[in-house]
Design a protein around this ligand. Structure first.
Ligand SMILES: [Fe+2]
Ligand SMILES: [Fe+2]
Length: 271
């Protein structure tokens, strides 16, 4: 591993400053749940790539270990800032629900397609931690976010290389890759993070359980915060890389999305 959670000095956290940004704390807590449930997904993937020994060894020894470390770092951070939050109890509720979504049926039909989906997920996490780093005005969190971001970009690169390797034999055309990209991008928003956020909100505001409007408002505020700081250029570049578009088309697409994504997201979240 390129860093170790044991080497982060959590006693240096400026607790008051961190606690002042409740929306960011909600997001960190939800992220700590998803990261800490990574072993479910890694077991499913290892099973799916059975026979590819080097790749399975990387999934088991590097990828899973790093994702779980992300979970431990974020959990420790949440514990320092919200000492009264019962992380273990809330995580147990999340895990019971989340584990039902991590079956083999959720994977794509072929290995190359699944690797495209993994690129989408790692694009999402890379963008998320870059955003968290930018929103963080607390130095320890900024340090953790930077380390996790670097890991997620590294994961993306490994999945992308594996995609290219498998696609030499599967020969997916751009349309098939695009469909896999789109399918997973649409799924991303309403699964992992949404389940996690629901459990975090229930534990943080027990008096508001059963008030869906309250939850919707909090989730909307967190989503806005993320969209306002999202590194759009980086996200789009990573997302479209598997399409292997000519450089001229890529530049045009980047310019168009930079112009359209933020106003579009404001419109969506304002409804
Ligand atoms: Fe992660
Ligand atoms: Fe990752």
């Amino acid at each position: 591993m390129r860093w170790r959670v044991e080497n982060i000095d959590f006693s240096r956290i400026d607790v008051q400053r961190a606690a002042a940004n409740e929306d960011l704390m909600l997001l960190l807590c939800a992220a700590s749940f998803v990261e800490s449930g990574s072993d479910l997904y890694s077991h499913t993937l290892i099973d799916f790539f059975d026979g590819d020994d080097d790749f399975c060894a990387w999934l088991r020894d590097d990828w899973e270990a790093e994702e779980l470390q992300h979970g431990r770092a974020l959990k420790a951070y949440v514990g320092a800032v919200w000492p009264d939050f019962d992380w273990d109890a809330s995580f147990a509720g999340f895990f019971a629900e989340y584990s039902r979504t991590c079956s083999r049926e959720q994977l794509e039909k072929t290995r190359a397609r699944e690797l495209v989906a993994r690129c989408v997920i790692e694009t999402g996490t890379s963008s998320l931690y870059r955003t968290i780093g930018q929103c963080a005005d607390e130095p320890v969190l900024a340090q953790i976010a930077e380390r996790i971001h670097a890991d997620e970009v590294h994961h993306y690169k490994i999945f992308y290389q594996a995609f290219k390797r498998y696609n030499q034999s599967e020969r997916l055309g751009r349309y098939a890759v695009f469909r896999a990209l789109l399918r997973r991008s649409l799924e991303i928003r309403n699964e992992d993070e949404e389940i996690a956020m629901r459990h975090v909100l229930a534990a943080r505001y027990p008096g508001r359980v059963g008030d869906p409007q309250f939850s919707a408002r909090r989730i909307e505020r967190v989503s806005r915060m993320v969209m306002d700081s999202l590194p759009i250029d980086m996200s789009v570049k990573m997302m479209i890389k598997p399409l292997d578009l000519p450089a001229r088309v890529q530049r045009g697409l980047l310019a168009a999305t930079g112009w359209a994504v933020r106003p579009l997201s404001r419109f969506l979240f304002s409804r």
